[in-house]
Design a binder for this molecule. Sequence first.
Ligand code: AQP
Length: 324
Amino acid sequence: MTRRLTGFQPTGNLHLGNLLGAMRPLVAAQDDPATTDSIAMIADLHALTVEHDPARLRANTVEVATLLLAAGVDPARTALIANSQVPEHAELHYLLECAAGFGEAARMIQFKEKSACGGPVRLSLLTYPVLMASDILVHDTDHVPVGDDQSQHLELARTLATRFNGRYGETFAVPEAIRPDAAERIMDLADPTRKMSKSSPNPAGRIGLLDPPDVIRRKVARAVTDTVGVVRHDRENQPGVTNLLEILRACTGAQPRTLTSYGELKREVTDAIEAVLTPIRARFAELSEDPGHVRKILADGRARVRPRAEETVRRARAAIGLLD
Ligand code: AQP
């Protein structure tokens, strides 16, 4: 019996990669008898680590919550929360900072990459992985689905939990990573050597979950392929075609039939994406008519997870030597 936490940053519009790589497994876990508890966390505190617009962030947070519900997250089985609304995340973050080293945080690849992009670097970008450790540890999480880019951060969460337990006595459960199937790493349509990403400057490479059908058709039609001319799965030599085949497989849930041209492949991919996104868009529109309902679900999620989070922070405070 395990507890699982899946996080989403409200840093932009959720895309097909987020859906196939994280939202679908989260929805599937609701039917897995081995998962006792599932938490879907919108990491709005993490979105503050880079340049942001307050009104946009608020809107994105509600949009991500609404999309998660539209994609099948059932609030009766999955607690839907925003990390800013559970103050224990921030409190434990500070306690964990006191068990983390500056060098440890500065070594993180994502910090190096994002801080090298130019412009002012927020201190919170450096401590981001410690906040992520707090998100995980505060809920006594057993399993965290992570992609390659987050595995270094998960390792730090494990290190901090183990170190804290060693220094101050058993306080935290040590979480484990679950790796999504490599095939479910969806790549950018315009540059299939990079993953599809919210923050990529080129929107042509990303299928937004709320993109209208004609936009999706155009993006798939323009997806980068190659000059080989044969539709086959070959990640090394034909990354664009392979990505389209992976999208097709993930969307239909079946191995693609033999396809003879890139045009045919792209038509099938467009239809398969449409079949997946049409019901999500419809449900999103329904839910968006009552944003108060979505806010209520977030409030219920917070109420559900808080007693355990409070208990974890109480244990950590006592262990580290603070008064109760
Ligand atoms: N391309 C992808 N293929 C499969 N899974 C993906 N995920 C992200 N991109 C892909 C998974 O979606 C979940 C939520 O991701 P996130 O919001 O934490 O941010 P991220 O991983 O950094 O994704 P983005 O879209 O690239 O965001 P930005 O651009 O803001 O950094 C995670 O489980 C992630 O693995």
